[in-house]
Write a protein that binds this ligand. Structure first.
Ligand code: T4K
Length: 374
């Protein structure tokens, strides 16, 4: 097989027809309203609340600041937050930057989401909240997390950065927990270039989100109510979101076909495993994580990645290292205390996944992966 030209990266953002974006940019130019909640912003906020079936939704300039603002709006300013180390480091950073202490709990072995069986052993009088991650778009065990949170009076804020458009038992994923944060970064299956949102069912909480993202203005009067920052989404981002929303269902359909082709091509290879297809879930195919058991497959995850690179195919090791093993946290934490997460981070390779990935390219990627089997 020839080297790929152009190279195949782990993801490639989908874009609407450029003329459609130009038309909205023209509207923005004519309005001279560039940010601070203009027309495009208002339209997108309303459309996304409907799409995600959320009573309230607030837009942000990115998912990370959305997470920080949600912790502020929840009034959690000290104490411990139970979370997963198997995530993008933003999750842990949001907790620490909010003056809180992350307590890393292990994940379950099928989906690598927070394992409810390990949560209660970490609860102390200092515990304030649980911040689980629907990692790769696979829903956490929301029922068990909800039971534990209610029993101990804990706030549940989901990091749903990967879970846009996912439904569980027919309900939008934002229906679970006290609030959910979504990332609309360019690498996500729905994007606003940079962007994010928090969905919730509580009006007062939504008002506080407005405040924390806009210097303390709640959007209802001219007073400064809180020590807020600036995390507002611009009109140009919102316009991109409106157009991408229009094409979102087509995006998911195409991603579904790519995922199915990978599963079909790589089925039955000893030592290579996909996450099981979750029951009752409408997936968004945000990522394509594959695990390599070095003994049964006869080749490590890193060797598979290196082999793919020789063909200019660039998968990623999302999420290696786990948050607790990164240089900024490893002095305070012991990654071996979350062995399932640690092992997952050493074995998972996220293969290229995007709507416009040609099925013939999927076939080539699979051929290289399968050739690594010993
Ligand atoms: N919580 C979780 C669980 C998250 O995963 C994230 C973000 C957050 C919170 C925070 O949300 P945001 O504040 O980001 O909204 C990427 C993304 O930047 C980040 O959004 C994402 N998670 C994380 C998992 O991945 P990098 O450093 O891996 O991205 P980068 O620039 O290496 O891009 C990945 C690939 O995509 C490259 O091969 C190039 C390609 N690409 C990228 C961009 C930006 C393109 O082809 N076009 C592009 O425009 O972090």
């Amino acid at each position: 097989m020839q080297k790929k030209n152009p190279p195949i990266l782990v993801t490639r953002p989908s874009l609407p027809p450029v003329e459609e974006y130009e038309a909205l940019v023209r509207e923005i130019f004519e309005s001279r309203f560039l940010t601070n909640g203009g027309t495009q912003h208002q339209k997108l906020e309303a459309a996304l609340a409907q799409k995600l079936e959320a009573p309230y939704l607030r837009l942000f300039t990115n998912g990370h600041l959305a997470l920080e603002c949600a912790l502020s709006a929840a009034g959690i300013s000290e104490g411990e937050v139970l979370t997963t180390p198997f995530t993008f480091v933003s999750t842990a950073h949001a907790i620490v930057r909010s003056g809180l202490t992350p307590v890393f709990c292990d994940v379950e072995p099928d989906y690598f989401t927070l394992d409810p069986a390990h949560l209660e052993e970490h609860i102390t009088p200092k515990t304030r909240a649980i911040l689980p991650v629907h990692v790769y778009g696979n829903p956490c065990d929301v029922a068990a997390i909800d039971r534990i949170a209610k029993k101990h009076g804990l706030y549940v804020l989901y990091d749903a950065a990967h879970a846009f458009g996912v439904t569980l038992h027919g309900k939008g994923i934002a229906a679970y927990g006290d609030a959910s944060m979504f990332s609309f970064h360019a690498t996500k299956c729905f994007h606003t270039i940079e962007g994010g949102a928090v969905a919730c069912s509580n009006a007062a909480f939504a008002e506080l989100l407005n405040s924390y993202k806009n210097f303390g203005y709640r959007g209802v009067d001219d007073e400064i109510h809180e020590v807020g920052g600036n995390a507002k989404m611009s009109e140009f981002q919102a316009a991109m979101g409106l157009l991408n929303l229009k094409y979102f269902e087509r995006e998911i359909e195409k991603r579904g076909k790519v995922a199915a082709r990978y599963r079909e091509n790589l089925a039955g290879i000893d030592g290579l495993s996909f996450r099981p297809v979750p029951k009752g879930v409408r997936q968004n195919y945000a990522y394509l994580p594959v695990s390599f058991d070095p003994v049964a497959f006869g080749c490590t995850r890193d060797e598979v990645a290196e082999t793919l690179k020789q063909y200019d195919i660039y998968p990623r090791k999302y999420f290696y290292p786990i948050a607790s093993a990164t240089p900024c946290y490893r002095e305070q934490y012991r990654p071996e205390e979350t062995p399932v997460a640690l092992r997952a981070s050493e074995r998972v390779l996220t293969l290229p996944m995007y709507a416009d990935l040609a099925l013939s390219d999927v076939d080539d990627i699979c051929e290289v992966v399968a050739s690594c089997k010993r």
